[in-house]
Write a protein that binds this ligand. Structure first.
Ligand code: 2BA
Length: 109
């Protein structure tokens, strides 16, 4: 068995959880926050048999789109440095960031 941690954009999370239900993939959804953009994203925890890893990765790949997002640079309040106006920079976010980890044991009580 493996543990998949998949960080996806909120916009894709409902479709992804519906796909998981249809494919009989058990998953837990967490509301998370990206460390860089500091905006909401969704992390799925999925415990899955080794032989179904590729199936799950395919579902994630098909649903999760990559999107451009703008982030505004912070305004400096330090008057000793040259002040600059905040300006938007564009970053590309996702499709999905996925970690696949081994599971030592799995129990349901
Ligand atoms: P955030 O940390 O909010 O990052 C959003 C996007 O900003 C990233 O998209 C990337 O394009 C850009 N970015 C992140 N850190 C950057 C930096 N130091 N300099 C310049 N640009 C930067 P993704 O790479 O697709 O990541 C989407 C989300 O997945 C991330 O949201 C974070 O929540 C998670 N993530 C990505 N890589 C991770 C990792 N190695 N470990 C844990 N979480 C990760």
């Amino acid at each position: 068995m493996k543990l998949i941690l998949a960080i996806v954009q909120d916009k894709d999370s409902n479709r992804l959880s519906n796909e998981f239900v249809d494919a009989n993939v058990r998953a837990t959804k967490l509301s998370t926050t990206g460390g860089f953009l500091k905006s909401g994203n969704t992390t799925f925890i999925i415990g899955i048999e080794d032989e179904r890893i590729n199936e799950v990765l395919e579902i994630i790949k098909n649903i999760c789109q990559s999107r451009e997002q703008f982030v505004t640079t912070p305004v400096s309040l330090d008057i000793s440095v040259d002040s600059h106006m905040p300006y938007p920079i564009e970053v590309q976010v996702g499709g999905a960031t996925v970690f696949v980890m081994p599971v030592d044991s799995f129990h349901q009580f």
